[in-house]
Write a protein that binds this ligand. Structure first.
Ligand SMILES: Nc1ncnc2c1ncn2[C@@H]1O[C@H](COP(=O)(O)OP(=O)(O)OP(=O)(O)O)[C@@H](O)[C@H]1O
Ligand SMILES: [Mg+2]
Length: 420
């Protein structure tokens, strides 16, 4: 796939912020944004038609395109993107590495949505392929547990492109930090089943997410998870170029060992490793491998799983960076010590995600059938989940209702009383 729009990009004035996302509340669009002036295209002249003269003769021309090309009416109609001024900006939710996310209101329908403004200002090579992949993956992976994309809108210049999505109240990372107590086992089961069904859906549609982590999992107040941020997503199954697939994927803490050891090709198993890290984070209420660098991460992984051996991971020795790794002497896995309250089935599922050999790592489809989900306590119905104030919507945490302390006695009055 090649990037598009390079020609016009350089001539477009690039401004860091559009009028829309400036901080003042003036969101009145420049007239040109919604109603562009009707200009005659350059080089055309207005034809004067004399009402008394006979109509001009129509000259039938041969079609200029091949007769084998279907007529334009047979294509999906291409409609221009709407303007960002169709939305009223409410507040900025977060600035990530690839975009700034805003909460906004659709002026026509009143719907509350999230707008992700793609960072295109510094782009030298036209519209970035990552942005195309993000939009493309979101459109191809529509699912109950994937954030819904509504449209792509444009601002004042060609560097202002916004992806409009359904607004979801929380991201799981922020939620885990403000929740007073961790999710219950029954809740973790529901969340994991939703995550697995979204990941299965992406994999069935040949999409690797490549950045699964708790901050990219959104959760609404009705107990439903939505996978978001397809900025690093990629189709798999297509032939891979000579350089192989990039290793600059997946946020460090959630990165699979085959990527850490420099594998040139990898597949759906990289997402399943991340799912394992998310499962552990839901149980622990904090990320599993909080490493500062790749070497530290590998040693943390080896401490939890025991060091890898060619018998459990035959391909390991073919990976470029394995020789640079100092592998400690064999030690048993530490899962039981780390997760003392998990059932045997729960530990088995966690170990199946966090398996060194990607060929043996569990798939999303297999994981959904795992006995962990059918043993007691059963997954909780999403309607029964507690709801939390949404930081993204600017809601504050309400103080829990509790009896107030007795009013302080009015000492002055007491002192004023004359003692007998
Ligand atoms: N549809 C949405 N509704 C509500 N909040 C959202 C939505 N999409 C994203 N966010 C919030 O914005 C944050 C950043 O969004 P996103 O991950 O898509 O951007 P990013 O630039 O790729 O971020 P990063 O590189 O940090 O992962 C999310 O963690 C979430 O808190
Ligand atoms: Mg993100």
């Amino acid at each position: 796939m090649s990037s598009t729009g390079t020609g016009t990009q350089s001539s477009t004035p690039s401004r860091k912020r559009s009028k829309w996302d400036e901080d003042d509340d003036d969101d009145i669009p420049p007239a040109a944004s919604i109603h562009p002036p009707k200009r005659r295209p350059k080089g055309t002249t207005r034809v004067h038609i004399d009402p008394d003269s006979p109509p001009p003769q129509l000259v039938t021309q041969r079609p200029t395109h091949s007769v084998y090309v279907p007529p334009r009416t047979h294509h999906i109609p291409i409609t221009p993107s709407r303007s960002v001024y169709c939305y009223e900006r409410l507040n900025q939710i977060e600035e990530g590495s690839y975009g700034i996310v805003f909460r906004a209101r659709d002026k026509q329908t009143g719907d509350i949505v999230a707008l992700k403004k793609l960072k295109l200002d510094d782009e030298k090579h036209g519209f970035p392929i990552t942005a195309l992949r993000e939009v493309n993956a979101l459109m191809n992976c529509r699912h109950e547990n994937v954030v819904g994309i509504r449209e792509v809108v444009v601002g004042d210049t060609l560097t202002q492109v916004f992806v409009v999505m359904d607004f979801i109240e929380h991201d799981l990372k922020s939620l885990l930090t403000v929740m007073p107590s961790p999710f219950l086992q029954s809740e973790i089961k529901t969340l994991m089943m939703q995550l697995l069904s979204a990941v299965k859906h992406c994999h069935d549609n040949w999409i690797l997410h490549r950045d699964l982590k708790t901050s990219n999992l959104l959760m609404n107040n009705r107990g439903t998870i939505k996978v978001a941020d397809f900025g690093l997503a990629r189709r798999f199954g297509d032939p891979v170029g000579i350089g192989g697939m990039t290793q600059l994927v997946v946020t460090l803490w959630y990165r699979a060992p085959e990527i850490l050891l420099g594998a040139k090709t990898y597949s759906t198993a990289v997402d399943m490793w991340s799912v394992g890290c998310i499962f552990a984070e839901l149980l622990l209420k904090e990320p599993l491998f909080q490493a500062k660098g790749e070497i530290e991460l590998l040693s943390m992984i080896m401490k939890l799983l025991g060091p890898p051996t060619p018998s459990i991971w035959p391909e390991m020795n073919t990976l470029p960076l394995t020789k640079t790794l100092s592998i400690p002497s064999p030690q048993p896995a530490q899962f039981r010590q780390k997760f003392p309250y998990m059932t045997a089935a729960g530990i088995d599922l966690l170990m199946s995600f966090l398996t060194y050999d990607p060929e043996q790592r569990i798939t999303a489809e297999e994981a959904l059938q795992h006995p962990y989900f059918s043993e007691s306590p059963l997954p909780k119905h999403p309607d029964l989940f507690a709801s939390f104030p949404s930081a993204a919507a600017g809601e504050k945490r309400r103080k829990p209702d509790s009896p107030t302390a007795p009013a302080r006695p009015n000492y002055k009055l007491l002192l004023d009383i004359d003692m007998p």
